[in-house]
Ligand binder design. Structure first.
Ligand SMILES: Cc1cc2nc3c(=O)[nH]c(=O)nc-3n(C[C@H](O)[C@H](O)[C@H](O)COP(=O)(O)OP(=O)(O)OC[C@H]3O[C@@H](n4cnc5c(N)ncnc54)[C@H](O)[C@@H]3O)c2cc1C
Length: 427
């Protein structure tokens, strides 16, 4: 194959793949995108509940700080090369108006993820990119002349530059079945064990039917990991934010955010208990003091009524059972030790033991292609020249808030720049 071959093959038409294709084609490459689904970017379509939290409005440094240290270091270059401002500008040029919420999350004004996908498709099509849908890639082979054969269900696509953007291994129905891990491993890359992140948490006992659908607002969720031999317990993760009690356990932002650390603790053989702190801004002493004031203010009120006004109503009886205080108790009947126990339960209310955190239900997959083998300034493989890796396939996973899509767009942009620039230079 000629050294001047100007083709780039992109595998995966998600956020990373489409941005890479757009950028490489803008630099003069002839780009083909191979996508297994009949539609592009299904994960963008389901992101943010279909409203698509595209990115976050915070500044560059704050964005990076959301990632673990090694990931932050790795992403620094690409987040600088392709910022949230550039992303929103590109979308605006395609007619997608956006707005930022108070918490920094950015959405299209239309709240329609399809608008974002249509804009990305217009961008690549205008540049002459060929997007082949319903074209699953089966394997990638490295040829002795430095080019690659990409084997699809129908043919072999040969090129000197291949960008792999096949995403993670969760929500497999959307097409992300972890294929990229397998190909890259057989091409000599190390894959950090894929694990769930931003996933719901299954509990034993499962929450009673009466609690299902109950939101817990402004609390903190703690994953407490206990050594089953020594009994020593430590907080594996804590997240302050809203929580939702479901028929299998926990969901909502706080559950999603602690799920990865809880999973890692379980892998280490720890027993992990999920615990709610209903008043993270108060210490146990302040909580007790607050109860004392309430008792003084309304001595004849029932404790159950006060508890119902203090925590989600459906959890009130459970709180009193956990504290070992009869429901019929009046505030002026509470002993000092009961007051102390109740304060402790409001600060550390155990909900159950974690039985599972399903990989498939994670909004992202933690783990993936080892960052040490990818050049962060090009997204090029250090193992296989001409091969580029971007998006969620990398060992990168950020929190909820638009950070994961921005990471996919930014790393895709850099991969596209490098593949496209190498071609301009060969010409
Ligand atoms: C329910 C849900 C909600 C989310 N909400 C948000 C949000 O609001 N904000 C945010 O920032 N992030 C969100 N995320 C995460 C975000 O969607 C992903 O991190 C991001 O889409 C990853 O982009 P990607 O391009 O790397 O991978 P993907 O978007 O997953 O794209 C990979 C593409 O590769 C294709 N592919 C895979 N294997 C093959 C193969 N063998 N041959 C051909 N094609 C293949 C897939 O079909 C897919 O189209 C959400 C995720 C989920 C599941």
């Amino acid at each position: 194959m000629s050294k001047n071959d100007n083709t780039v093959t992109v595998i995966g038409a998600g956020a990373a793949g489409l941005l890479a294709a757009w950028r490489a084609s803008a630099l003069g490459a002839r780009v083909t995108v191979l996508e297994k689904n009949p539609k592009p970017a299904i994960k963008i379509l389901i992101s943010g509940g279909g409203k698509c939290n595209i990115t976050n409005a915070s500044d560059f440094r704050t964005m990076l700080k959301q990632f673990a240290t090694a990931e932050e270091r790795f992403l620094r270059y690409s987040f600088h090369e392709f910022t949230n401002v550039q992303l929103l500008e590109l979308l605006r040029n395609e007619g997608v108006e956006t707005y930022a919420r108070e918490n920094g999350k950015v959405f299209p004004v239309s709240h329609d993820a399809e608008e974002v996908v249509n804009a990305l498709m217009k961008m690549v099509q205008r540049n002459g990119v060929t997007v082949r849908l319903q074209t699953p890639v089966k394997e990638i082979f490295a040829n002795p002349d430095g080019s690659y054969n990409v084997q699809t269900n129908r043919d072999i696509v040969r090129s000197r530059r291949v960008i792999v953007a096949t995403g993670g291994a969760s929500y497999q129905k959307t097409g992300t079945t972890g294929d990229g891990y397998r190909w890259l491993r057989s091409l000599g890359h190390s894959i950090v064990q894929p694990r769930p992140a931003l996933a719901p948490i299954m509990l034993n006992p499962v929450p009673p039917a009466a609690w299902q659908g109950t939101p817990v607002r402004d609390g903190a969720l703690l994953a407490v990991a206990e050594d089953t031999v020594t009994g020593a317990a430590e907080t594996a993760a804590q997240w302050n934010g809203d929580l939702l009690i479901t028929h299998f356990g926990l969901s909502g932002p706080a559950a999603l955010e602690v799920s990865h650390h809880a999973f890692v603790a379980m892998e280490k053989g720890k027993r992990v208990t999920m615990v709610i702190d209903f008043f993270p801004e108060r210490t146990a002493d302040q909580m007790e003091e607050w109860l004392r004031t309430k008792i003084e203010e309304h001595p004849s009120r029932s404790l159950l009524t006060l508890t119902e006004q203090t925590v989600p109503q459906r959890l009130a009886e459970f709180i009193l059972v956990t504290a070992g205080i009869p429901f019929i108790t009046r505030l002026n009947q509470i002993t000092r030790s009961q007051r102390r126990t109740l304060a402790m339960v409001l600060k550390r209310c155990p909900l159950g033991t974690v039985t599972g955190i399903p990989l498939d239900r994670g909004e992202v997959t933690a783990g993936g292609v080892s960052l040490s083998e990818i050049d962060p300034t090009t997204m090029g493989s250090k193992v296989r020249p001409g091969l580029f890796v971007c998006g969620e396939l990398l060992d990168v996973a950020g929190p909820v808030g638009g950070y994961n899509l921005q990471a996919a767009f930014s790393t895709g942009y850099v991969a596209g720049t490098s593949a496209g620039t190498m071609i301009s230079q060969a010409d």
